[in-house]
Write a protein that binds this ligand. Structure first.
Ligand code: FAD
Length: 409
């Protein structure tokens, strides 16, 4: 590949056109897109290698976008904020970008696109190869120790081994991600820096995270550990229809991860254990056809035997359907379609896929992602108050924000 460096902004005082802190999804896309534009960047990464979360994403297969991504699958203080970025870099752009480098997408479910090879490493390899081709300087295993805002740019101090260095550039990109999985390099660096600069932060919390159950119901959930049930999980804000997974400490599975992003401690949510069906009508029909049938045998048509047995805690599953009382019918309706869950908490940042909250979008231009109060400073990816649903949405935001920022460097 031909490498053309315009290096327009690099004068005697500057080391690059921009410094990008964080070589994750957003930082890598930003570095590569800057490369296309002939801009030279220095990428500083805390981990020994770039793209750690890309590598583990989607169970090592990387759900790198979603065919149906719009602003509606994102949580943000300003839901309209991402519209401009999503117009500048679309899902089609993501697909064709990776296709150009030999990665064809395969839809698994609900628009979720994975590499045909099921190999997240191939995604990271695209970025590392392009960064090398463009001569972008990727410095790993480094800790940024200080940032100084200069009259016309930024000076970033970083330590590598026992040595400390300083690099200067007219533009600075914060792409340090969110708080999940600290052992993989996650830091609150962007949040701390923003706070120091007096920028507003929307309160952060783990999102797309399993939920824990303690107290009197704990054993009931634990006995079902490993069982999955297709459900509709909802609260007054949102509903998701996917599997839930019982675990020995509570609930996980896609529907639970989704609702967790809309759940706050102390709140109750609802599970419809038989979405799209009417249990009362099903029992009425059974009564007419075979009144002597046990409620458990009706349940066994829809649930695993283990789950049916566990429902004995709440329902008279060993009763014949013909002899169910009105009160019991009401109880069945409530339990099956309006099963209430009050989680004790969540599994925290060690198990969360993303962070909710972050740099307040009010502080940024939606068109450029430049900080309104500090010209030349950009925030992209997960450190911004933009949180996607499960299903490739978060990477779409990371790629899009990386692209948008690169256009400004
Ligand atoms: C287990 C798991 C699975 C996931 N699966 C998917 C999926 O399949 N699809 C999807 O869309 N999303 C998925 N996500 C979410 C997705 O990984 C993130 O939303 C995305 O990586 C965010 O991109 P980013 O560039 O903002 O941050 P990151 O990709 O996290 O990159 C930030 C980088 O900054 C570095 N960094 C942090 N602080 C510093 C510092 N002070 N100095 C230098 N470097 C620093 C970090 O080491 C990291 O490499 C998953 C997340 C997890 C945890």
């Amino acid at each position: 590949m031909l490498i053309l460096h315009k290096n327009n902004n690099i004068n005697g005082l500057m080391d690059a056109d921009a410094i990008i802190i964080g070589a994750g999804a957003c930082g890598l896309m930003c570095a590569v897109q800057a490369g296309y534009l002939g801009k030279r960047v220095i990428l500083l990464e805390k981990n020994a290698k770039p793209g750690a979360k890309i590598l583990i994403s989607g169970g090592g297969r990387c759900n790198y976008t979603n065919l149906f991504a719009t602003d509606e699958q994102f949580i943000s203080g300003n839901r309209h904020f991402i519209k401009s970025a999503f117009t500048q870099w679309t899902v089609e752009d993501t697909i064709s970008f990776f296709e150009t480098y030999g990665i064809n997408g395969k839809e698994k479910t609900l628009g979720q696109l994975f590499p045909e090879s099921n190999n997240a490493a191939a995604i990271v390899a695209v970025f590392t190869a392009l960064c090398e081709d463009f001569g972008q300087e990727l410095i790993c295993d480094t800790v940024v120790t200080d940032i100084k805002i200069l009259e016309a740019g930024f000076a970033v101090n970083y330590a590598k081994g026992t040595k400390s260095h300083v690099v200067k550039a007219p533009k600075l990109v914060m792409a340090t991600g969110g708080l999940p999985i600290p052992k993989m390099g996650a830091t609150d660096f962007a949040l701390r820096f923003a706070r120091k600069q007096g920028l507003k932060i929307v309160e952060t919390a783990p999102a797309l995270v399993p939920l824990t159950i303690t107290g009197k119901d704990e054993d009931w959930y634990a006995q079902l550990s490993g069982n999955s049930v297709y459900c509709k999980v909802s609260n007054e804000r949102i509903a998701f229809e996917e599997n839930i997974l019982f675990t020995h400490w509570g609930l996980s599975g896609p529907a639970i991860l989704q609702i967790s992003s809309y759940w706050k401690r102390g709140e109750v949510f609802n599970i419809d254990l038989l979405p799209g069906q009417n249990i009362t009508a099903l029992i009425e029909t059974e009564r007419k056809q075979n009144g002597k049938a046990l409620l458990s045998s009706l349940f066994n048509r829809y649930y695993a035997r283990k789950f049916t047995e566990a429902m004995a805690k709440y329902l008279p599953i060993d009763k014949q359907v013909a002899s169910l009382t009105k009160a019991e019918m009401e109880q069945i309706e409530q339990t099956i379609h309006w099963f209430k869950v009050k989680p004790a908490g969540d599994k925290g940042y060690d198990k969360a896929e993303v962070m909710r909250g972050g740099i307040d979008t009010d502080e940024l231009s939606s068109k450029t992602l430049e900080c309104k109060k500090i010209p030349g400073l950009y925030f992209g990816g997960e450190c911004v108050d933009v949180t996607g649903w499960l299903g490739g949405y978060n990477f779409q935001w990371a790629w899009a924000s990386g692209f948008v920022i690169a256009q400004q460097l």
